[in-house]
Design a protein around this ligand. Structure first.
Ligand code: ATP
Ligand code: MN
Length: 459
């Protein structure tokens, strides 16, 4: 039995019958005739205290146990006289599955730094904080599927290997089955005709274009999966492999897109507050003392929606010295994004209608012909969490935007077909799932909200 059940469902009423738990030893205290074992089975943050008395037939082995060992315990749940816990399990039988040598097991009782834990990614889920993170991540992932299912969206599994590059030139990981020591060449260039797909291929940087094809058939769709960017960003908000959630909706304009994005963020936050309370408490205690106020204030207020032009005005008027100066036409840097959301508006901010020169070809050109119907959502402490837009549905304008931005329309015939045949207004966005988890938990480094972080130079 998982003691998530014992601790939470039985509501602290002692059960008479014998119960069985399995888990890993966190700490052990010995007194003259008994040992107190604090074990955890990973199902929740709370541990369970086991009382092992001298009469147990393998008592000597039990007394020699150290942190990290795995056990099966049969016993009776009783009220605990100690004030630290309500219940404890008096063992009738303890089976030892595996020991963990104290001289080498790296997770001893003391608190370890997140930097240290990153060196043992395979063992860090056994700590309170990374265990809690994994449970929160799982719960939020489930909430994503429920959110879209309840709103009649269809989930689309877009390809991980792609031969269509959406905006990401230079940021892509190549996929090849060619022998790198003996590349076939034609006129000095690599002959991709002889590669697996007969052309260059790479890992996806976004499932958007494929999601568009399905939105223009099924109406409302989303894709949620791993995304790869070979950008050499050594920041606390970039990973080389991250999970992106990309909804795409036919007949949605930019306002509908922003409404859905705001609703989604609020839904995930309130899901976390309702379903992950015990784990979030840990982050509220040790990582961000202000966590609940911060999350509740996002739920209680509307996001501020401003034009890019207004954002630039606000930044220019502020007396803040930025590393990168702001003028109309530049892309907002993380320092600008955070200043807007943390200092000026003190709440999430949706910036829309960016200059077309800094945005990709597929965003819809506005009537002013200078800006596109783009929207980025900026969160306090994080900066950009969502990037989205209304898509260009007019064939001729889309083609000329491709040419302007150096994209060859011949490579996107299938995408242009979506505008040739039954084109409609449509919109979508991409949410960085790890950045969402960072926001909800207050974790400073994105490497600590994904099980095995992939970052430049660190495999
Ligand atoms: P940034 O400017 O922060 O590098 P971006 O504008 O390149 O992000 P988009 O292409 O708009 O990102 O991707 C949509 C969302 O995916 C972003 O808003 C962000 O939440 C997330 N995201 C993008 N790149 C990364 C990354 N390298 N690691 C983790 N999340 C990312
Ligand atoms: Mn973006």
């Amino acid at each position: 039995m998982k003691y998530q059940l014992i601790v939470h469902i039985l509501d602290n009423k002692p059960v008479k019958q014998i119960i069985e738990v399995r888990g890993w030893l966190r700490t052990k205290r010995d007194s003259a005739r008994m040992s107190f074992l604090d074990i955890n089975d990973g199902s929740c943050l709370t541990g369970l205290q086991i009382i092992a008395e001298e009469k147990l037939q393998n008592y000597d082995e039990i007394r020699a146990l150290t942190t990290g060992s795995s056990l099966r315990v049969l016993g009776k749940l009783v009220h605990s006289p100690a004030k630290e816990q309500e219940m404890e399990l008096v063992a009738d039988e303890i089976e030892i599955y595996g020991t963990a040598a104290a001289e080498t097991y790296p997770l001893q009782k003391k608190r370890h730094s997140f930097e240290f834990l990153r060196e043992i990614n395979h063992l860090r889920p056994r700590t309170n904080s990374l265990g809690a993170m994994a449970r929160i991540r799982s719960s939020l992932s489930h909430a994503v599927y429920c959110f879209f299912q309840e709103r009649d969206f269809f989930q689309i599994h877009t390809p991980v290997i792609t031969t269509s590059d959406c905006e990401g030139a230079g940021e892509m990981f190549s996929v090849t089955s060619l022998n790198l020591d003996k590349l076939p060449r034609q006129n000095g260039k690599i002959d991709f005709n002889r590669d697996f797909f007969g052309c260059p291929a790479s890992l996806t940087v976004s499932g958007q274009l494929e999601a568009e094809a399905y939105a223009l058939a099924l109406g409302r769709v989303y894709t949620f999966g791993p995304t790869f960017r070979a950008e050499n960003s050594h920041t606390s908000r970039h990973l080389a492999e991250f999970w992106m959630l990309e909804p795409e909706m036919a007949f949605f304009d930019l306002n509908d897109d922003m409404d859905l994005a705001e609703e989604l963020i609020k839904h995930l936050i309130s899901h976390g507050l309702t379903n992950c309370r015990e784990d979030l408490d840990l982050f509220a205690r040790f990582i961000d003392k202000n966590l609940y106020d911060r999350l509740n204030s996002v739920l209680e207020n509307n996001f501020t929606r401003i034009d890019y032009t207004e954002a630039v005005d606000q930044l220019c008027q502020s007396d803040q010295q930025f590393t990168y100066p702001v003028t109309w036409g530049v892309d907002l840097q993380s320092e600008h994004e955070r200043y807007l959301t943390e200092k000026i508006y003190k709440r999430p901010v949706i910036v829309n209608n960016y200059p077309k020169t800094i945005k990709p070809f597929y965003m819809r050109v506005n009537d002013d012909e200078k800006t596109v119907a783009a929207m980025d959502i900026l969160m306090p402490g994080i900066g950009e969490i969502i990037g989205g837009s209304q898509r260009e549905e007019r064939l001729d304008i889309l083609k000329s935007r491709m040419q302007e931005t150096g994209v060859n329309p011949d490579d996107y015939e299938w995408y242009l077909d979506l505008r040739r045949y039954g084109t409609t207004p449509h919109s979508g966005f991409g949410l960085g799932f790890e950045r969402m988890i960072q926001f909800i938990t207050g974790m400073a480094n994105i490497r600590d909200v994904i099980p095995f972080p992939r970052t430049p130079g660190g495999g």
